[in-house]
Design a protein around this ligand. Structure first.
Ligand SMILES: Nc1ncnc2c1ncn2[C@@H]1O[C@H](COP(=O)(O)OP(=O)(O)O)[C@@H](O)[C@H]1O
Ligand SMILES: [Mg+2]
Length: 258
């Protein structure tokens, strides 16, 4: 996790007709980390990830991905630069098998043109073989190998979320942003999803996770960024953030008892 951060936000700002949604988002995501983003409702988390992923254009500030300035780029160019948002950018095709959905996700991203497809060029065949191998690896990592040939439409809600995550990972993004990955997940399954994210992280994936479930963030993340009223309040390892009286105050809205 050494070296320059994979993602850095510097003074990102965004207002909506006078509503100051984000006044100063400044934080970094280390390469190889699982970084969490938490904060009370309305503190600007969603607007911030919209700004860094190209779904909103920041009014000010900079977003750097691996040193490249991606500020204000539209979402598809941000995705091409290697930053993918799971769920929003991933659509599963119900009639296709889980495996074919993953193959499709790779193809949609790898830019092999129609001419290559017509000629069945060696480059295309190599890309297909690599994608097939990656699909099996990811299916194993999310624990759904046994459902590889099942139509995506037959998967449970939780399985679909995992499939969408695997699809987002197919084109080997540098960073994946997860928006509330535990929302709607059966509480008895949360630890299982955490284990999957840890396994993917151990295999080299970097995650930025926005999540309401603070306990889950504290267990899972190497670094936690805390938002309050549109700005970064603090960031640090979970144990440090948890003991910070300002964080308790931000959540409870009152000074923490001495
Ligand atoms: N499109 C929008 N138009 C007007 N106000 C918005 C819009 N999006 C967010 N806001 C406001 O900006 C603030 C931050 O919202 P948001 O980023 O959704 O916070 P969070 O995700 O932390 O709950 C809130 O006060 C919200 O009402
Ligand atoms: Mg939100």
């Amino acid at each position: 996790m050494n070296g320059a951060p994979l993602l850095r936000l510097e003074g990102v700002r965004k207002s909506f007709r006078g509503v100051h949604a984000v006044t100063d988002a400044s934080f970094a995501v280390a390469r190889g980390s699982i970084t969490g983003l938490i904060g009370p409702n309305g503190s600007g988390k969603s607007t911030t990830i919209d700004c860094l992923s190209g779904f909103q254009r920041p009014d000010a500030g900079r977003v750097l991905l691996d040193g490249q300035d991606i500020t204000g780029l539209p979402a598809h160019l941000v995705a091409r630069a290697g930053l993918r948002r799971s769920f929003q950018q991933v659509r599963l095709f119900d009639a296709l098998s889980l495996r074919d959905n993953l193959m499709q996700a790779a193809q949609a991203a790898d830019g092999v043109g129609w001419l290559g497809a017509v000629l069945r060029s060696p480059a295309l065949r190599r890309a297909e073989l690599a994608a097939a191998e990656r699909a099996w690896l990811l299916l194993d990592q999310i624990g759904l190998t046994r459902l590889a040939e099942s139509p995506a439409g037959a998967l449970s809600y939780g399985q679909k979320k995992l499939a969408a995550l695997a699809a987002a990972l197919m084109p080997r993004p540098r960073l994946v942003v997860l928006d509330e990955p535990m929302a709607g997940v059966n509480p008895s399954r949360i630890v299982e999803v955490e284990a999957i994210l840890r396994r993917l992280n151990a295999a080299g994936e970097t995650f930025l996770i926005v999540e309401h479930n603070v306990d889950c963030i504290m267990r899972l993340c190497h670094e936690v960024v805390v938002f309050e009223q549109g700005r970064t309040l603090t960031s640090g390892p979970p144990a440090m953030v948890r003991d910070d009286p300002r964080v308790l105050e931000a959540y409870l809205g009152v000074p923490a008892a001495a």
